[in-house]
Design a protein around this ligand. Sequence first.
Ligand code: SF4
Length: 241
Amino acid sequence: MKVNFGGTVPISTIDWYGKVSIVIFFRKCPLICPYCQNYKLLEDDNLVDIQEIESEIEKAKDFVNAVVFSGGEPTMQFEQIKSLAGFAKRYKLLVGIETNGCYPERLRELIEQNLVDKIFLDVKAPLSDPELYSKVIGDDGAKATSLVKKSLEICKDFLEVRTTVFKGLVFKKEHIKAIAEDIPDVTYVIRQGIPEQGSNEELKQYGPPSRDELVDLAKVARQFLSNVIIRTNEFGEEVIT
Ligand code: SF4
C-alpha cells in the first residue's frame, strides 16, 4: 500500500499534551484554509510504501509513547491510517489523530475498531456561523459545520478541541464564546495563529495575537468549559483558570 507522505517529526512534546509522540504528516486536505501552515503538503504528491512509515514508527517506539497522525487531513487516506494505527497498537503505542472533522463516519469506524485514543478536532470558527466558517476554510461552511457537529458527537469521549485564532479572521470574544457554547466540556485549546507561516498575504499584515490576548479569549471560554489551555510560541502551553 502507498502513502501520500508529508514527513515526520520523530519526537514531539507539543502535539499531545503530556505525551511524547512521533508525528506523521499526510498530504492533501479537502479544505483550503487561508492560514494553513502546511499548505505545501496540499500541493504535490509524495507516494511511498507504507513499510517506510512503519519503519519510522519502529525507530521511534522506544522513545515515544504515542503516534500522532497529522496533515493535511490524515483521514483522507483512510485505509493507510487504519493499517498504521493497527501497526502502532501492536507496539502498545497510543494513537492520536489531528483532524478537521470532515469525515465523521471514518472517525466513528476508528473508534469502533479501537484504533484511536485521542482525536484532536479543529473547530475553526463558530459552528453557528457557516458564512464565517466558509471564509476560514475556503470551502462550503454549511456542509463543513454540519460534518464537524457530527464529528463532535461521535468523538465526544475521545476529544480535544482546538481553535487557532488569527487576527482579521477568528479573533473576537464573541467567536470564542459561540464555539465554547457549541462544544462538549472537553479540553479546549486556543492556539496562537502565526500568519507568517501561511501563504495568505492579507492575514500577514495583522501579525500574531499576543499571549495576553489569548488569555482574554480563554477566560471567555472558561465561563463554559472546565479545562481551557492556550498555546503560544513564546510560552508554550498554559492552563487558564
Ligand atoms: S484543515 Fe488543516 S491542513 Fe487542511 S487546509 Fe485547513 S489548516 Fe491546512
